[in-house]
Every structure is written in C-alpha cells, then in structure tokens.
Design a protein around this ligand. Structure first.
Ligand code: AMP
Ligand code: GLY
Length: 433
C-alpha cells in the first residue's frame, strides 16, 4: 500500500519508521516531514491545515491511506475532506476531534458516557473563574478550553497566577460551540497520583489499546519549571496495576467511542487517554485525538505488529482482536533534546552533530523533530524540541542507559534535556495512592 503521512515532529518520524518497516507498505509520502525522515519516504510540502491541499496530494499520489500526525489539521477538518475524496484516513473528522479541540466538549461527552474525570467548571467570565477557584481550593488547575500546543494548562497554588492565566485564556476571540462560540476556561479539582497515557486505536465502533506509557511534561528534572510539549517518556509501566489497560478500555475509551458513534460522529483514529491514577481511582485528565509526543516514540519502538496494516484496519472499520497485537518484551525510554530557551523563546540555527554516532550504540535510534539543513547541508536546530533519543533494553535501567549514552554522543550548543526520564520507575519509587 501507499501511505501519505502528515506532520514533521519526532512523533511522525517514529510513525514513518514503523510504517516503512511494515512489509505491506510499498511507498511512503511524508508532508512536510523533516531531514531525519528523508530516507524513509518522499518528502513534499503541504499546507497541513488545508483539507483540499492534503486531499489533492493524496489523490495525485494515489495513496491508499492518509495518516494525520498532529491535532491542528484534524480539528480543522482535514480528515473530513480527505474522506470525502474517497481515501481512508487514520484520524477523526472535525466533529469527533472536538474531544481535543474543546475541553468543555470533552467534559460534556465524559458526563454522558459516565467516564470518571476531575470535577470541573467551564467559565466564560473572570467572576466565574474566581468562584470556581474558591470552590475547588488550591492547588488550582486552570485550562484554556481550546488548543494550546501543550501550554494551555497552569497548575499552581498561587491564586493570582491562576487568575492571570484564566484572564489570558478569556482574552481570546473565539471558542467552541459548547460555550456559544465564546472563549472559555476550565477550572478543575486537582488530581493526585501518577499520570499514564494510554493510546487506543479506534475504528468508529471498537477500540484496540496499545501499551501504556508515561510522559514527562515539565522542562526540568524532578518536574521543576513550566510545562512543555513533553520532555521524555517510557513504556511499559511495570508499577501500574495489571488490569490498568483493561480498565481504561472498559471505563473510558469504549464508552467514549460508543457515545460518539451514537451521536453520529464516529471516532476513527487514535484516542489518547491521559489519566491520573488517584487515591479515588482512575480519572481522565485529557483526551487527545492523535498519537502523543513523546510517548509514540517509545510505544512504537516496542510494537512488533506491523503498523500500516493496523492503521488501515482502523481507518476502514476493521480493527482486529486486541490480543492480535505483539510487543517486544523489553523497555523503551525516550529522552527529548530541546533548544536553548525552550519552552520560551527558542534559539535556532545551531549545528547538531553526533546523531549517527549515537545510533551505533546497540538499541539506540534518534528521531528528528525541530531539525533542518542549512545552505551547506549541515544539520541545524529549527524548533523547540529538536530530537528524541530512544533507547531499548531488557529493562528500564538498560533502556535508560542506552538512551543517555546516545545523548552523550550528540552535540547541540546549550541543549536542554532531563536526566531523570524513567528514573523513579526504574528505582521502584512510583506508587499509586
Ligand atoms: P493537559 O494538557 O490537560 O494534559 O494538562 C497538562 C498537564 O497538567 C497534565 O499532564 C498534568 O500534569 C497537569 N494537570 C492537568 N489537569 C490536572 C488536574 N486536574 N490535576 C492535576 N494536574 C493536572
Ligand atoms: N505527550 C503529550 C501530548 O502529546 O499531548
């Protein structure tokens, strides 16, 4: 089969690698892609937010499947346009993508489907915000209703900071239909307990879970500093309850997919369940409607079942039995290398060396995100998150050792990376309250 993959991050590099490794894949077209993907497929330019452009590209290249990596094209309706052109798409239509596009809408669906989540109030005025902050108490959780590239959530015990973030969210110009088109902010109760990401493939009716992973959202070691798009991940989670995946499917993913089908907006693609394992049981923190970054980099590193066939099966309503999936028995750890200044104003154009050297280490591969080639062909940084270095090993210690040995061989001026990815898990220090 021929596949068009949309996106340019390390998540898409991981997808491209797995799709290209599937014997059923004859050719891969990637738009726009990045330099790391150049030998996995043909790289082409596209306006990823334009359904017409993506559909035209898919038709021109006679692809059998379009895989959309990021959320913005899905929320903008790229899936609708490509499907209307008769091409199977892995990724939901705009109506189902509202699950990620509006946190208020996600809460509405969870209430209908009886999915456990944090208590929350949707606010459209600062007076409502102040009331809600007082009602739930500190620590305060303040979320922009709409898409914010991982930067819309502030968790703080400082009431002034919570109010300031809410005011900034409410200063937007538009919002989701569920708040009458007004900008909105969601104030939630604080959830204790470790976080888990579980990806579920969905074909409109059924769901097939992948392996759970854990993501590290803050910029600094020991979760210090501001939230980022994600600084690292590992999988599997040896500390998690044995029936975690089954519970999430039964109590979260399947009820949501069933509710969306009932409403006539079936979910086809990846339902990312972001969860907290709290003292009162599991709670949904967020849904995303696409693969997570950087969790994808570690989850796909362990998946043995050919990916292209699975995504086509989801896109055409034919998902197999969940037991059909095969996994590597070892662990994977992914560490993100970010630019100077990230997650604030980043510096770009710095030379990157040593990636090939890193990949000579057993079990190590390097995925590109914010990289490009300058006029001389030198690899340089071009974004906030630059690389994900993935290490595979028999256990978390070995996988961590591989990933960090890989990082040692890479050079990027003033790069930032966390040194504690998967450390607490490897040391047996994660407990569920
Ligand atoms: P989100 O974009 O909704 O995933 O939120 C980003 C991060 O904020 C999450 O990964 C959590 O670390 C944190 N967070 C979000 N909601 C809550 C909550 N209700 N309680 C505690 N932490 C939260
Ligand atoms: N890992 C968080 C996200 O993809 O949104």
């Amino acid at each position: 089969m021929k596949i068009l993959l949309i996106g340019s991050g390390a998540r898409e590099h991981a997808l491209a690698r797995a799709l290209a490794a599937d014997p059923a894949t004859d050719a891969l077209v990637i738009a726009p892609g990045n330099p790391g993907m150049a030998d996995l497929g043909e790289l082409l330019d596209v306006d990823a937010l334009s359904g017409e452009d993506v559909a035209d590209l898919a038709v021109a290249h006679e692809v059998d499947l379009v895989v959309v990596g990021p959320e913005a094209p899905l929320v903008a309706g790229v899936g609708d346009t490509v499907r209307a052109a008769g091409i199977p798409v892995f990724g939901p239509d705009a109506a189902a993508a509202r699950l990620e596009g509006s946190k208020a809408y996600a809460k509405e669906i969870m209430a209908l489907a009886e999915v456990p989540t944090a208590m929350a109030r949707v606010c459209t005025t600062i007076e409502q915000v102040a009331d809600a902050l007082d009602a739930f108490g500190a620590p305060h959780v303040v979320k922009d209703d709409g898409l914010a590239a991982g930067k819309g959530v502030v968790v703080t015990s400082d009431r002034e900071e919570a109010l300031a973030h809410a005011a900034q969210c409410l200063a937007g110009t538009s919002g989701d239909a569920s708040t009458g088109g007004q900008p909105a902010v969601v104030i939630e109760e604080f959830l204790d307990g470790p976080e888990v990401s579980l990806f579920c493939l969905a074909d409109g009716e059924r769901v097939v879970p992948l392996a759970p992973a854990q993501d590290f959202k803050r910029i600094g070691d020991d979760d210090a500093g501001p939230n980022t798009g994600g600084m690292g991940a590992y999988s599997p989670l040896d500390w998690a309850p044995e029936d975690l995946t089954q519970q999430v499917v039964e109590r979260v993913a399947q009820p949501v997919v069933t509710e969306l089908a009932r409403r006539g907006t079936p979910f086809v693609g990846l339902l990312y369940c972001g969860l907290a394992l709290t003292s009162r049981g599991l709670r949904v923190i967020e849904f995303n409607v696409r693969f997570g970054d950087p969790e994808t980099q570690v989850v796909l590193a362990r998946l043995r079942t050919p990916l292209a066939g699975l995504l086509l099966a989801a896109a055409t309503g034919n998902l197999p039995d969940p037991d059909a999936l095969r996994w590597d028995s070892g662990s994977a750890v992914g560490v993100v290398v970010a630019s100077h200044g990230y997650p604030g104003k980043v510096r770009t154009g710095d030379a990157i060396t040593g990636t090939a050297d890193a990949e000579r280490i057993d079990g190590v591969h390097v995925l590109h995100a914010g990289t490009s080639r300058d006029d001389e062909g030198t690899l340089v940084s071009s974004g906030g998150r630059v690389l994900t270095v993935v290490g595979l090993g028999d256990d978390l210690d070995a996988a961590r050792g591989a990933a960090y040995a890989g990082i040692e061989r890479i050079s990027l001026a003033d790069a930032q990376w966390r040194t504690d990815i998967a450390r607490a898990a490897a040391e047996g220090r994660i407990t569920v309250p």
